[in-house]
Each structure stands twice: as C-alpha cells, then as structure tokens.
Design a protein around this ligand. Sequence first.
Ligand SMILES: Nc1ncnc2c1ncn2[C@@H]1O[C@H](COP(=O)(O)OP(=O)(O)OP(=O)(O)O)[C@@H](O)[C@H]1O
Length: 305
Amino acid sequence: MTAAITADGIRQRYGDVQAVDGVSLTVETGEFYGILGPNGAGKTTTLEILEGIRKPDEGRIELLGMAPWPRNRDLLPRIGVQFQASAFFNKLTARETIRTFASFYGVGPKRADAMLERVGLTDSASVMTDKMSGGQAQRLSIACALAHDPELVFLDEPTTGLDPQARRNLWDLLRDINGEGRTVVLTTHYLDEAEILCDRVSVMDHGKVLKTGTPAALVREIDDTVRVSVESGQIGLAAVRELLAAAGAETATVEDDGATLAIATRAPAPVLSVLAEQGALRGLEVRGATLEDVFLQLTGREYRA
Ligand SMILES: Nc1ncnc2c1ncn2[C@@H]1O[C@H](COP(=O)(O)OP(=O)(O)OP(=O)(O)O)[C@@H](O)[C@H]1O
C-alpha cells in the first residue's frame, strides 16, 4: 500500500495554547482512518493542517505525494473536505447548493444531482438549506465534498448531533464511499462509530497522538477484565465469592449494588460455570473491553459524546 498522507512532527500554537504538539501519522491509500480525542485535543487543527487549509508552525506533510502548503492547486480536485460547521449560501435550495459547489470544480449539474440522489436528498432537492434538518444538512455537506469525485475525503465530526437512525444511514454512506476505494479520514466524538467504521484510529489528547492502531488491536492491548453481571437476588455475595474461590476463578472484583451482581474477571469461563450451576443467570450480560475503555485508559477522561 502507498501512503495517501504522511505527517511528520507537526506543531501548531495559538497564543499560549499548543494545539498540536508533534503529531506524526501515516494514512494508507484506501484506508478509513479515525482521529479520536476529547474536546480541545487538537483534532480539527490537525485535520486542517493535513488538508492544507492551515500552515503548521512546524512539520512536514505529504498529501497524495505532494506538499499541501502553500495551497496546491493540483491537489484541490483530488481531495474533498467536509467541515464541522457547514456554511451554505443563504436562499439556495439543496439542489442549487450542490450544483454551485460542483461548478467550482467544473463538474456539471448531472453529476451534482446524482450526488444528491446518492445521499438520499432528491426528495428534499427544493428545500432551502436554512430549512433543512441537521441530518439533511450533514448529508448535503458530504455530497458537496464528494461532488467532484475526490480520491481522498476529510470529514470533521460528520454525524455529530444526528439521531441514531440518521447516524446509521450516514455510516452506510461513509462505508460505501470508502468501499469504492476512496481514502477517508474522519474525526468523531463517537467511539462506537470509530469502532465500526475505521480500519485504524489515532487517539489524541493535548495535541499529541497517544496511540494508533486498529480498534481491535487497541482493545486487545489494554488487557482489561471482562465484566460478567446478572440480576441481584439470585445468589448471595458471600456465597458467590466462596464458590468462585473454590472453582479457582480469578476475579478482580465481585460487587452487588442491589440491582446487579457484577464480577470483573480475566477468566470468564469458570465464573459463568459457577453462575450456571447455581441457576443464577437471569439478566446475564458479558461485556468485554471497548474502544471507550481504551480511551478512558489513555486520556483518563470520560468520553462525552
Ligand atoms: N483559531 C484558534 N485560536 C485560538 N485557539 C484555538 C483556535 N482553534 C483552536 N484553538 C484551541 O486549540 C486547542 C485545540 O483545538 P481543536 O479545535 O483543534 O481541538 P478539537 O480536538 O478539534 O476539539 P473539538 O472536539 O472541541 O472540536 C483548543 O484548546 C482550542 O481552544
């Protein structure tokens, strides 16, 4: 695979704030790459630097084999950018908007209309952009970023503020875009989204990349315990502790808050056997580590979507 993007040691300071503090990363061609991090981690600034919209204080970037800064006109038709807050022209309909964006790249109305169809907005083509719902506006902004058929697409929090149904619809669209061979780089506030969509993710905080890897590898690496829980009242706390010890089940914690009996363990099999033998499986849930646990361990912060 060849690299679509390589960034080496990028730094950006705003006054007293070191927004990006030595970020290096490589995005392979055709990859779906996610940048995760809490508010203010430096994701948007990093994205803007990679896109060639912002000149970094330091560092070297190659975008499709070229330097994106100073503004490189050869690159512009090859990349698509969807911004966090999309500003559309006032008093234009969805169709007029995408046709206008497409015309900037010499793309005709036919393809513009096809993109509108592609994002499921044909029925709303005559709606004024300021009357569109959040989900419609997000889809329109993605359509505008794709109108000129770019090979590399940047998306800054494309599903923020959408309801679960609209998010899932957008996931399908993003998966298709990537499935067609386009490289996709996105920032997101949703860890489930990153886990589902991204081939690899970088977790950022305080302007630095803390970890990069496939979501599965990052989750495996934290070697967290599995949480086994059942409804309370089926077996006493003392009894379960005794039985687990007798069964040689290695447990980190056994707790009962009156509603749920929860057992954290690295070896769930004997724990499940004990609970099954005692007929105490009502409400059983077994939960392994997720990207959210990785995030918590790396940043020490609760992820607030
Ligand atoms: N134009 C600017 N001028 C001054 N400070 C800025 C500017 N843009 C961002 N910052 C600051 O730089 C830091 C990184 O911001 P950035 O927007 O890159 O983070 P982010 O991870 O994208 O955050 P969010 O998830 O909230 O969008 C923050 O402390 C932010 O307040």
